[in-house]
Write a protein that binds this ligand. Structure first.
Ligand SMILES: [Zn+2]
Length: 450
């Protein structure tokens, strides 16, 4: 049962191909810092690869509110006989600006935030941050903002206390309490507006926004502005075997899924890729996997094919489907190995990780794939030479996590979790292994062709 590093099985030529593939992955990550930017990248890539919004075609896609995308490829068999579905999420932990975020204190213009998803707050201080998102102005016009990505852009930052003064207010506290949510306040400006009597620095900062983007302070109320790390994706390690970047949970799955749905000959079974939003906050809301988007999209695809798409037909199609819930997993941490049960953990460099179940404390909240389905996936991957491993997240009572698998499983389809192992998962700079990213792509391609 002892699996080994996948790199051993790769030739020089294979490694070149893996590295080449990952260059495109890195540029995708740099252009996809938010769910909206990711959805746009996906949409553009799909359009370049022959996908259109015309549901009668062989390659079809649809975007839900700019934050969720479904892509469909017609197979030799119609969708009513069941689909091959892979779902990945395109949202990532971040800090959202509050709806009334700007204030001034101690001669600084500052922005208040409300964090999104599971973060360790202390990781977000004293690192360069970028501001991305959209503002809907009073007249309904949309303004897009992305500051902090190009080399001559300014960046933003959350101040941390100098060690000389932090002994009582931080150092003696628990790590989880050393930085509180309300203290995730972003530095925004320091030059006061000449002649202004009150809040002169805030006024000056707001004036810059007015000049550059035509937005006013009131417009923040109808904005979705996200503070994300300003880091670029880079190779990690002397051998360049790893990638450091923000948002690889779960854009590692999203990118590999995007490539897999586009590449290759027409599939036997009809295939569906779903790039969903709001996974990091429990898949609630109208762009999450629990919205009606998937069913409505299928309805339109079936109808365009001349199939009478009543509710029973769509339910049967989903019931007869086979699916992968694509999401990353936490690889064994070299310095905190005790949280893992290493016989059932995943390791960086050993390929895509299959998890029969997720959940926490006695498999609570898990979708547990059947032995039969695990057997099917295992045979499929082995036949095609996919490098894969299995892994649970952490020791039995250590914690755990959930994915979207259970929501799709409720339609009755077979589904199993799988994805690349990551180090520093959910941090501002997550680490993936290049071979694991490549094998995830390989696995998705094989699944769509099955
Ligand atoms: Zn995830």
């Amino acid at each position: 049962m002892q699996k080994r590093s996948g790199w051993i099985q790769k030739s020089k030529k294979d490694i070149q191909e893996i590295f080449r593939f990952c260059e495109e992955y890195k540029s995708f990550l740099d252009r996809s810092k938010t769910e909206r930017e990711t959805a746009r990248y996906i949409r553009e890539h799909l359009a370049e690869n022959g996908f259109s919004e015309d549901c009668s075609g062989e390659r079809v896609f649809r975007v839900n509110k700019g934050k969720e995308v479904a892509a469909y490829r017609r197979g030799a068999k119609g969708p009513a006989e069941g689909l091959r579905i892979i779902v990945a999420h395109i949202d990532a932990p971040r800090l959202d600006l509050k709806q009334n975020p700007v204030y001034e204190d101690v001669d600084l213009a500052l922005l208040r935030t409300h964090y999104y998803g599971g973060i360790k707050k202390y990781q977000w201080v004293a690192i360069p941050l970028a501001l991305h998102g959209v503002v809907i102005k009073a007249d309904g016009a949309t303004v897009e903002i992305a500051i902090g990505e190009s080399d001559d852009d300014p960046v933003f930052l959350i101040d941390d206390l100098l060690p000389h003064l932090s002994r009582k207010v931080q150092d003696e506290k628990k790590l989880s309490e050393a930085i509180e949510g309300e203290k995730l306040i972003v530095l925004f400006g320091n030059i006061p507006l000449a002649g202004a009597e009150k809040d002169a620095v805030k006024q000056s900062a707001l004036n810059i926004l007015k000049d550059r983007y035509g937005i006013s302070e009131e417009d923040f109320v109808s904005a979705e502005l996200e503070i994300v790390p300003a880091f670029k994706a880079r190779d990690v390690g002397i051998d360049r075997s790893m990638i450091g970047a923000y948002g690889q949970d779960d854009r590692a799955s999203a990118f590999t899924l995007l490539k897999a749905i586009c590449d290759g000959e027409a599939p036997k079974q009809s295939c569906l890729a779903l790039f969903t939003d709001k996974e990091e906050v429990g898949s609630e809301g109208n762009t999450s996997v629990r919205s009606n988007f998937l069913q409505l999209f299928l309805y339109d695809v079936l109808t365009a094919m001349g199939v009478k798409a009543d509710e029973a037909t769509i339910r049967k199609a989903l019931f007869n489907s086979k699916a992968l819930s694509a999401d990353v997993n936490g690889a064994v941490n070299p310095t905190f190995q005790d949280v893992h049960e290493k016989q059932n953990a995943c390791y960086l460099g050993r390929g895509i990780c299959i998890s029969k179940f997720t959940g926490h404390l006695g498999k609570s909240g898990a979708s547990d794939a059947s032995a039969e389905y695990v057997g099917e996936i295992r045979r499929l991957f082995d036949r095609a030479g996919v490098i894969w491993q299995t892994g649970e997240m952490g020791k039995v009572d250590e914690g755990g996590g959930g994915t979207v698998a259970k929501f799709l499983a409720s339609y009755g389809m077979d589904i199993i979790d799988c994805g690349a192992p990551l180090l520093t998962m959910h941090s501002p700079y997550e680490i993936s292994g290049k071979i694991d990213i490549y094998e995830t792509y390989h696995a998705f391609q094989v699944f769509f062709r099955s």
